[in-house]
Design a protein around this ligand. Structure first.
Ligand code: NAP
Length: 280
């Protein structure tokens, strides 16, 4: 078997076309997304450039606000408050990584939940438990969307999520649980990872360790969503799955890059339009 690659770029392009229509439907007033960044990080710069380009395509103005390397947590929180008070701002996000002197969770909690288009504020996280988050965390929503693209019936499917972080693994588990799949979440305490991954109809991997999942750990025909982003010493970007061996066994596989990443950006734009009042 050779897996069909799920083309995240194509899925994201279709989403952006739909979002552009929704954006037009709310009139000509500005829809602005403020992105705050501390210092210069080359990886974050590439990410921000991609976000800004995608936002422009949809008709969202992404305003990038740079704070100096030396900015403190208080400076960043003050900037969040300042931009949150503007009537033209629909969403506020903070780019990572942040300097070690700044606590990401404290900063995230300083964002008004109504402007939290990344869906990371505890109020929005908590809404996932009640099934209808207005702003689902973007990567979790992207993973779910890519699974749905395969047409697999989620009800009753054995789903294994590897990684249990607050912003990726846990919310994915909950989103898929709401669709009545049978969800197992694996983590560092899992005794025998392969035992779980081999029985997964849907396998979602979000750890940040290249080669963690090999083909012999995958059920033939499974849908595999590789969320990991890892930069190797030669500069290349790979996921958490060993691409060739997994592709030889799986039914569907997301490539890295070009899988979850572009759809994550599209989800951010969708959340921003929701914050601006669009019905998307
Ligand atoms: P994270 O906060 O570091 O979480 C990683 C998770 O993996 C933790 O729950 C960790 O458990 C678990 N883990 C570590 N080693 C493990 C192992 N050997 N077996 C099973 N679980 C293990 O990272 P994250 O923010 O969730 O991101 C995960 C990956 O996705 C990263 O590569 C990140 O770059 C990527 N990512 C991609 C996108 C995208 O748009 N494509 C977006 C966000 C993140 P403990 O906490 O118990 O150690």
């Amino acid at each position: 078997m050779s897996a069909q690659l799920i083309d995240g770029k194509a899925v994201a392009a279709r989403m952006r076309a739909r979002l552009a229509e929704a954006r037009r439907s709310i009139g000509s007033r500005a829809v602005r997304l403020v992105s705050l960044q501390v210092g210069n990080n080359p990886a974050a710069e590439v990410y921000v450039r991609n976000q800004r380009k995608a936002a422009a395509e949809v008709g969202i103005d992404m305003e990038v606000v740079g704070l100096p390397d030396a900015a403190t947590q208080q400076d960043l929180i003050a900037a969040i408050h300042e931009h949150s008070l503007r009537s033209d701002v629909a969403g506020v996000i903070v780019q990572r990584p942040l300097p070690s002197s700044i606590d990401a969770r404290t900063v995230q909690m300083a964002i008004d939940p109504r402007l939290d288009v990344e869906g990371m504020h505890p109020a929005n996280m908590g809404a996932i438990l009640y099934r209808e988050p207005q702003f689902p965390p973007c990567t979790a929503a992207a993973a779910q969307q890519l699974i749905l693209e395969t047409g697999i019936d989620l009800r009753g499917a054995e789903t294994v999520v590897v990684g249990h972080s607050e912003i990726v693994g846990k919310p994915i588990g909950l989103l898929l649980l709401h669709r009545l799949s049978t969800v197992t979440v694996c983590h560092v305490g899992t005794r025998n990872l392969m035992l779980h991954t081999r029985r997964a109809d849907i396998l979602v991997v979000a750890v940040g360790k290249p080669g963690l999942v090999r083909g012999d750990m995958v059920k033939p025909g499974a849908v595999v969503i590789d969320i990991g982003i890892n930069q190797l010493v030669d500069g290349s970007i790979v996921g958490d799955c060993e691409h060739d061996s997994v592709a030889a066994v799986a039914g569907y596989l997301t490539p890295v890059p070009g899988g979850v990443g572009p759809v994550t950006v599209a989800m951010l734009l969708r959340n921003t339009l929701r914050a601006a009042g669009a019905d998307v």
